[in-house]
Design a protein around this ligand. Sequence first.
Ligand SMILES: NC(=O)c1ccc[n+]([C@@H]2O[C@H](COP(=O)([O-])OP(=O)(O)OC[C@H]3O[C@@H](n4cnc5c(N)ncnc54)[C@H](OP(=O)(O)O)[C@@H]3O)[C@@H](O)[C@H]2O)c1
Length: 296
Amino acid sequence: MKSGPWHRFIRFTPSDMILDGTKVRQKRLDLLREEIDRSGLCPRLATIIVGRDPASELYVRMKHAACEQVHIGSVGITLPASANSADVIREIDVLNCDPDISGILVQLPLPREVDIVQVIESVAPEKDVDGFHPLNLGRLLAGHPFFSPCTPLGIMNLLDEYRIDVARMHAVIVGRSLEVGRPLGALLLSRDATVTTCHSKTGNLAALTSQADLLVVAVGKPRFVGPAMVKEGAVVIDVGTNRVGGVLCGDVDFEQVLDRASAITPVPGGVGPMTIATLMENTFLAARRLSCPGAW
Ligand SMILES: NC(=O)c1ccc[n+]([C@@H]2O[C@H](COP(=O)([O-])OP(=O)(O)OC[C@H]3O[C@@H](n4cnc5c(N)ncnc54)[C@H](OP(=O)(O)O)[C@@H]3O)[C@@H](O)[C@H]2O)c1
């Protein structure tokens, strides 16, 4: 591991250079459970899943398991794959009005017949713990976030836990999805990073990624980024979750990049666990705000 630009802020032992999302998640969930127990509130998350996609079902099960761990109640609604936009929105309307529900999560992707924009816009912004409602995205872009999407916020929390200060860093994000790249750009900008966002039409990608002090990769292509694309001493965040021959791997060639990076997330065990921890934190935040009229 090479020394990176953030070493001027704090010293780490070599084992800190692999950013351990599983460990950090556990620590944050333990703290959250204590806080929830002390609060006297009963936060509750509702999930909606449409169809029987095994990956989506697994993610939803993991979210419900995390709820149980931190004493957040949860309710799961499963709609058939034949459900249309109106069917999904009807369920959301009921949850929006239910005072016992603090947060609503619609598991993505949705079947093609369901209008994702209409569905996301039908979630009450104050229960939008995924942070995808245009009002929440707008507030994030304006620099006054209310709910931020869980994966980007989870990345920021992971960096914070390791005292990696992004101010003045050149952050290069590969991928411009609504779920990851775009909101992460806004969060990094608000923390004084200089942000470059790349996508499939970006020319000479390697020339940009190899300038990055902080490189975040969210493209969904196994081991897409190799050592030649990484600056020595960079902090590398791998968002990718790909299955190759039944084995999970990221968008970064971890083994090859490890020696060039000053800090790097593994897959699995990096960003993924942080996403779920952040969903739990957002759900408690929603419950606190809902219990306190005027917070919204
Ligand atoms: N760990 C987690 O919690 C978590 C959460 C969310 C996603 N993920 C994973 O992260 C990965 C990305 O997810 P996503 O939802 O952001 O994906 P997505 O919506 O498919 O977006 C992929 C992005 O990568 C860009 N891209 C594709 N090929 C490229 C290339 N050759 N060069 C440069 N950019 C390229 C695309 O550019 P265009 O816009 O031009 O098409 C797009 O912006 C997936 O593996 C997903 O499973 C993990």
